[in-house]
Design a protein around this ligand. Structure first.
Ligand code: TMP
Length: 221
């Protein structure tokens, strides 16, 4: 188990594809920086040079044969690197860390979506992440169909094909959404469900209402 730094604040943003996590992560970062708070924004899979290479492998549509077990280990490998190389040192410096996805994605996509045991995936991930959990996780909730439609409409080429995960079909993405809701139900308050169907400013305000008191409590604001 790693020694965890509790000086900063660790926030993760989760949700099905197309729920708007990346937009929300950026909006939160900008708001915090405008208030003089130091922020480290990262994403999963990726975030480090090693992790970004693993991301290319994971999302490459050519590898349709990749097994779910292989996915679990590759996503966890990228996460192990990110926690040790960047997240923990940033928390030590008292920064707010915002991660666009974290280990809940692994439990939900490879467990509920892919059919491997969510309990085993959780154990592998806790080991890989050295036990580091976010203090709060915003789950942007959106039905799978709307999420995939948003991705298609957002693609300027008009020939949207999606990455290897996005291509997995509606059933898979419905199981992912259900998995998130089930995980939130048993997360003892860490995961907060935010309805993500509205406009991005309204969603941001809801996230801000919950983030601000946490920052004040930790004297980061
Ligand atoms: P992104 O689209 O949010 O950048 O994430 C890339 C894809 O990877 C997304 O479809 C979800 C998937 N994913 C998993 O299946 N398991 C994981 O552990 C993570 C972090 C992402």
């Amino acid at each position: 188990m790693l020694k965890h730094e509790k000086n900063g604040l660790f926030i993760s943003i989760e949700g099905p594809d197309g729920a708007g996590k990346t937009t929300q992560a950026r909006l939160l970062k900008t708001r915090l920086e405008n208030l003089g708070v130091e922020v480290f924004l990262t994403r999963e899979p990726g975030g480090t040079p090693v992790g970004e290479e693993i991301r290319k492998l994971l999302l490459n549509p050519e590898y349709s044969e990749m097994t779910v077990a292989c996915e679990v280990l590759l996503y966890s490998a990228a996460r192990a690197q990110l926690v040790r190389q960047l997240i923990n040192p940033s928390l030590k410096k008292g920064r707010v860390v915002i991660s666009d996805r974290y280990l809940d994605s692994n439990i939900v996509y490879q467990g509920f979506g892919g059919g491997e045991s969510p309990e085993i995936i959780e154990k592998i991930n806790l080991w890989a992440a050295g036990g580091l959990m976010p203090e709060i996780t915003f789950l942007l909730d959106l039905d799978a169909q709307t999420g995939l439609k948003r991705l298609q409409e957002g693609d300027k080429s008009g020939k949207w094909q999606g990455d290897r995960v996005e291509q997995k079909g509606l059933d898979y993405h419905c199981r992912v959404r259900q998995g998130y809701l089930e995980l939130a139900g048993r997360s003892s308050g860490r995961i907060v469900i935010i309805e993500a169907g509205g406009n991005s400013d309204a969603v941001h305000e809801k996230i801000w209402q919950l983030t601000e008191p946490l920052l004040r409590k930790k004297n980061l604001l």
